[in-house]
Design a protein around this ligand. Sequence first.
Ligand code: F0G
Length: 461
Amino acid sequence: MRSRERLVIPFRSKVVEPISLLPREERQRRVEAAGFNLFRLASADVYIDLLTDSGTGAISVYQLGRSMMGDESYAGSRSFEEMRRQVQETMGFPFTIPVHQGRAAEQVLNYVMIRRNSFVPGNAHFDTTKAHIEIAEGRAIDCTIDAGRTSEGNYPFKGNIAVSKLERVIERYGARHIAYILLTITCNSGGGQPVSMQNIRDVRALASAHGLPLVFDAARFAENAYFIKEREPGYKDKSIPEIVHEMFSYADACTMSAKKDAIVPMGGFIGCRDPELYERLKTPAILFEGFFTYGGMSGADMEMLAQGLREVTDVTYLAYRIGQVRRFGELLQSFGVPIVEPVGGHAVFIDARKFFPNVPEDEFPAQLLCAELYREGGVRCVEVGSCLVGRDPDSGENIRPPLDLCRLTIPRRVYTFEHLEYVADVIRTVLEERGTKLKRGLCFDHEAEGIRHFSSTFRYL
Ligand code: F0G
């Protein structure tokens, strides 16, 4: 059923970037040369780029203007103070450590918070998050609710943590072996699904009962707040800034990839409340990122980030953003494309095992679908499934994820709905022409070590 709400688009284009579509034979040649891994394509090979929403958003005239105000002083710049003040205003954290992007925040925070063999339970940790926990010799434990592990069912908050699972983890390992609890809002690996305020509250209560810190991976915090406003009883009449404030009031700290919900090409930060934690974060921040008032960001970047935090919490922007992604999902559904329901905040995820029902599950159907969409229409998307989850660090076995997904990630303020209609048509063609016909998938040609989905290559079976 298509939504009937009227979408108000709160911007118009002033500068455009030309893009073009390569001929079919050329696309075929390039995807083969890339080993069927679209990370290995040049951006000029791609027509519509739905690889990620990270750092790919369009900045506003206000952000561009503010970037001219960047104070590039090494220490204590005015731009740092501007960013710190805005983080405090938006999220309520008095302390901010700038870093160059989200994973750098993870590195710095885990350096301080993880002791050997400690655990970090959470809701489907993002891959860099999980890897950073493991590099610090900790272990990530996924406690997502069971409803978040299937592509069906319209449960409104599929990003929620199952509090009972969390309790069992704490009981089993003992609170002193838990480094912190991590809530990823919205939950990217689970399909861009939100976490409810009630769940945040429940997790906070459990954390407090055991004296544990609660940390947010806040990359898409504003999109999460919009879902709470839309779906959770009691929040319809609250403003987005109010909802954001309440969400963060339950957290001790956050890591932030500003490339998402601060709509900047590069940047991130750690926000925290505890002055002692702030002091302890300074040394690794200096060692890994730069002095603790710039941490890998330029003054211009920090100005744009501060402005981006203001723009992203505008309810008209969020209604357009979430509405565009949802409409795209509904269009795909009207063609019979199996997608994760309900549609998440930043992307539409195709259930590739259902899209290619005859391709064996261990032959990377989602990776195959990504390659097919590029071949068919020059569209680049990304596998979030068997290749990405990798191997179990203890047993070395391939982990079999509950879903093998192809993620069509929508950059912020970049593509019109006509671009997305083109993509939908490409997907429809692949579904109709090859969906049930394809019987074999891909296997590794070269399996990269560690995080393998960026550089591994594949071949047809
Ligand atoms: N946390 C989440 C939930 C993310 O989605 C990402 C990045 C990170 C942390 C790491 O942030 O890229 O700034 O270092 N996600 C991107 C994506 C890469 O395409 O989903 P980063």
